[in-house]
Design a protein around this ligand. Structure first.
Ligand code: SF4
Length: 181
């Protein structure tokens, strides 16, 4: 409880809803059929938030398991394509899905995304150009989400392992939540 202010503690019972990459909750939705359960984070932040899971890749119809997608740079246009067949481009589907999620986002006060994912990552996602990787991209789903709703608190699970980032995120979510009441 040291992460929140007195005022935050008073309204914790209400538990703001926070969207989250589904694999972080332990759901087996990753390309390899596995998950990335962030147990410590979920247990810690679960004191404050009610999580609402989203998996953009499953939502757009990619099966589990599946061939992974990756980001590629085509003339400064970042695209999400099938790793085996770059002709299969799911960028539009991921963007459109983000827009459909946004339609229901009035009930969400934040979003926690999986780092490094070509769909969910928030920063430093691997992007390939002529088969050379560099780390400066943002997952297509999260990029669209942040573009359309820039005030929504969004954070990666990796950074939330740091207490300072975690406290900052909790404060931002509660501020957003209060403003929406
Ligand atoms: S698309 Fe997002 S939620 Fe789904 S498995 Fe990948 S990182 Fe997890």
């Amino acid at each position: 409880m040291s992460h929140a202010s007195r005022q935050d503690k008073d309204i914790i019972q209400l538990k703001p809803k926070v969207g989250i990459s589904s694999c972080l909750l332990g759901n087996e939705v990753r390309y390899d059929g596995g998950h990335k359960h962030a147990r410590y984070l979920i247990d810690t932040l679960g004191e404050y938030f009610e999580f609402v899971p989203y998996c953009p890749e499953v939502a757009i119809g990619l099966g589990t398991p599946r061939v992974p997608i990756r980001l590629v740079n085509h003339a400064s246009d970042i695209r999400a394509v099938n790793s085996d067949n770059p002709e299969i481009d799911v960028s539009e589907a991921l963007s459109t899905y983000a827009e459909s999620v946004l339609a229901g986002l009035h009930s969400l006060s934040g979003f926690i995304v999986k780092k490094g994912s070509p769909s969910c990552g928030m920063e430093q996602v691997q992007v390939f150009q002529n088969e050379i990787p560099w780390y400066a991209g943002r997952g297509i789903f999260t990029a669209r989400l942040m573009q359309l709703l820039p005030e929504l608190p969004v954070e990666e699970e990796g950074r939330l392992m740091d207490q300072c980032w975690r406290e900052n995120f909790i404060a931002r979510v509660f501020t957003y939540y209060r403003q929406s009441l």
